[in-house]
Design a protein around this ligand. Structure first.
Ligand SMILES: *[C@@H]1O[C@H](CO)[C@@H](O)[C@H](O)[C@H]1NC(C)=O
Ligand SMILES: *[C@@H]1O[C@H](CO)[C@@H](O)[C@H](O)[C@H]1NC(C)=O
Ligand SMILES: *[C@@H]1O[C@H](CO)[C@@H](O)[C@H](O)[C@H]1NC(C)=O
Ligand SMILES: *[C@@H]1O[C@H](CO)[C@@H](O)[C@H](O)[C@H]1NC(C)=O
Ligand SMILES: *[C@@H]1O[C@H](CO)[C@@H](O)[C@H](O)[C@H]1NC(C)=O
Length: 614
């Protein structure tokens, strides 16, 4: 079988310092008398562009933003807003209501990105402002709810001068019912964003963002970086869904209502209707299981009181089992060998946010020839498997008790918000010891927390470095030589543990320099290229090296306990030149035929050992 996947990464990251900045000199917020126009939006030339940079226009990401919980009445609030830099939290004492902010900004792109039109540095305190008008066609007795896909790191939201909500955590969505603040006609929406990244004494989940980028730490992303939209829903509406389906058609559904109590819900999965309180469990007969080969999804309609939402479900089960003496990952009771790339999800023109939908799927589709998953089927669901990382705390700072408690709160949010996505097969808690306490207990406590919230997935508690035995994986990181499930001791760990899944969570990383037009034109990044783990002058030698490393991994699959691996990485990022593609996605490094054969050999070796009679 094809096992396959692309993998998600550990951490979401970015950063900033020495690139030229093109925004106007900072202006104070205009007073009401001065109220005038803001300086108009244009893409700022990023240190490197892509084929999509100048195709975004001013209506970015117009697609429906939340197919997992879709409502029919909605309106995108992406596009041109106005922006002002602020200098401290004191700015909250005088919000810029009824005032025009000095610069235009394109939402939803990080303030440090060229596409935002700001490309600022030290955008720690920021004001954003827009207006909206509730469509007259919307149900007048429904509530009006702005949704934010993500704002890094804290957001305070005001509507018509009223404080509507506060949200903390840069990677999570939130929504707020603002109906009681509406006046009719043009409504004013103001957001104050605070993003310390790794400044001062802040130790918050950042991934690989830093205010001083170098080597594997990147330009930060501040402010609104995911889609913003308005929707209409009844007062008691569905706020979240936990929807799991196993390979035999058993559905577990928990409907989370905005008031905390889901009443009776009716669930329709094409031919099947169930009615019950929540949570509910029922079985849909003769389902076709979801897998990378055949990523079948079913539409689901859920009614609760006056609210109706549309979602979808994939039926699949992920388990760990010993097969002929090796701990393996099973999908729908078949052994799989997950192999994919470390996907940091960075874009030179937009940082955290893919510039367009086409750009996002380009990264995945470009890997199709050698990772072998089924191409796009329905609902844009690609047959990929993802290991989802919790964004790390800063690598060089240790959290105190309160900071660690906040990390745990956000880890729970991550699992709660993403657990209904079929593609995710494992959660990663710590990357390479960053923010990981010195004692053993927290590793086991957080692993239990994740398992309790989501019993349907595996947990890779410690991806690299300080493995004290928690979770389902014995995960080594080693550049450039893999040690996947081998007896050789992993760094600072207890050694490979054969009772858990032998996994190479990061390897490869071998680099290749390119001509200046494909480089991130920031001096410090270019000066740091030599820090990439190893560099090859030509694509021939880079490919030969890749073949050698995949052959080493193959031996570990054939002889030792290697049950999956992640190659670093999908694309170059800033001065790290070890991608399958350059950061601008204009050079593809692999000799696709050779890589395809090498990856197929891994799948075959895993299948072969798993099917032998012992
Ligand atoms: C915002 O203000 C801070 C401090 O007042 C300054 O360091 C920073 O460069 C400014 N950023 C922008 C984008 O104007
Ligand atoms: C904004 O201006 C309008 C019209 O003058 C006024 O009704 C409203 O109270 C003002 N809002 C705030 C928050 O000052
Ligand atoms: C449904 O929930 C039950 C009880 O928590 C659990 O045993 C079962 O594995 C779950 N099934 C699915 C498909 O998630
Ligand atoms: C659920 O279905 C039952 C039986 O068909 C029906 O009486 C009830 O009104 C439905 N409830 C909702 C919320 O649609
Ligand atoms: C990589 O190539 C760039 C120009 O394309 C050059 O400036 C830089 O010195 C090279 N770095 C290394 C480590 O080869």
């Amino acid at each position: 079988m094809r096992c396959l996947l692309l993998l998600g990464l550990a951490t979401w990251h970015p950063h900033a310092a020495s690139h030229p900045s093109h925004h106007d000199v900072q202006q104070p917020i205009l007073s009401p008398q001065e109220e005038d126009s803001s300086s108009s939006y244009s893409v700022q030339t990023p240190p490197l562009d892509t084929d999509w940079t100048y195709e975004v226009g001013t209506d970015p990401w117009p697609q429906y933003p939340r197919p997992k919980l879709a409502r029919s009445q909605w309106q995108s609030l992406n596009g041109i807003w106005t922006y002002a830099n602020a200098s401290s939290h004191d700015a909250l004492d005088d919000p810029p209501f009824n005032r025009t902010l000095p610069q235009e900004v394109l939402v939803p792109f990080c303030l440090e990105s060229g596409l935002s039109g700001i490309q600022g540095e030290n955008t720690i305190y920021s004001w954003y402002k827009t207006t909206f008008t509730v469509p007259s066609t919307w149900d007048s007795d429904h509530r009006v709810i702005p949704n934010f896909g993500a704002v890094d790191y804290e957001a305070t939201v005001f509507v018509n001068g009223y404080k509507a909500t506060f949200h903390r955590g840069g990677f999570f969505s939130f929504a707020v019912d603002v109906t009681s603040y509406l006046k009719g006609g043009v409504e004013e929406l103001v957001v104050f964003a605070f993003d310390p990244t790794d400044s001062d004494s802040y130790v918050v989940p950042v991934g690989k963002q830093t205010l001083s980028p170098e080597h594997i730490f990147y330009r930060p992303c501040s402010g609104i970086w995911q889609r913003v939209w308005l929707e209409s829903a009844p007062k008691n509406h569905i706020a979240n869904l936990n929807i799991d389906g196993d390979a035999h058609g058993v559905v577990n559904l928990t409907v989370v209502a905005v008031n905390g109590h889901a009443s009776v819900v009716n669930v329709t999965i094409p031919t099947h209707v169930a009615t019950a309180g929540s949570p509910i469990t029922f079985k849909v007969p003769s389902v076709k299981p979801w897998s990378p080969d055949s990523p079948t999804l079913y539409d689901v309609t859920i009614k609760m009181g006056l609210d109706t939402v549309v979602s979808y479900i994939g039926f699949r089960a992920v388990t760990k089992a010993e097969v002929n003496g090796v701990q393996r990952i099973k999908l729908n009771e078949n052994v799989i060998f997950p192999f994919g790339t470390l996907d940091q999800g960075y874009w030179p023109d937009a940082l955290f946010t893919p510039p367009t939908y086409e750009a996002m799927t380009f990264d995945i589709n470009t890997q199709a020839p050698w990772l072998q998953y089924a191409p796009q089927t329905r609902q844009n669901e690609l047959g990929i498997l993802i290991m989802q990382d919790m964004p790390s705390l800063p690598s060089s700072l240790k959290p105190n008790k309160a900071q660690y408690a906040e990390f745990e709160r956000q880890l729970k949010l991550l699992v709660k918000q993403l657990r209904s996505y079929t593609s995710i097969f494992a959660w990663v808690i710590y990357n390479e010891g960053w923010g990981q306490p010195k004692s053993h207990k927290p590793d086991f406590d957080l692993t239990d927390t994740v398992r309790h919230l989501d019993p349907t997935r595996l947990v890779d508690s410690v991806s690299g470095w300080f493995d004290r035995g928690a979770g389902d994986f014995s995960d080594d990181h080693h550049y450039t030589r893999p040690r996947c499930g081998t007896p050789e001791h992993y760094i600072d760990a207890t050694g490979f543990d054969p009772s858990r899944i032998g996994f190479e969570g990061e390897f490869g990383g071998t680099g290749h320099n390119v001509s200046a037009e494909h480089l991130w034109k920031v001096k410090k990044a270019i000066d740091g290229i030599s820090e990439t783990y190893e560099m090859w002058d030509t694509l021939e030698t880079w490919n030969a090296r890749g073949h050698f490393l995949l052959s080493e991994l193959l031996f570990q699959v054939q002889v030792y306990s290697c049950a999956g691996a992640v190659w670093t990485e999908t694309t170059d990022v800033e001065g790290e030149l070890n991608g399958m593609m350059t950061y601008d996605r204009r050079i593809l490094r692999p000799d696709v035929g050779k890589w395809k054969a090498d990856v197929q050999a891994l799948y075959d070796a895993s299948d072969c050992r798993s099917s032998q009679r012992s």
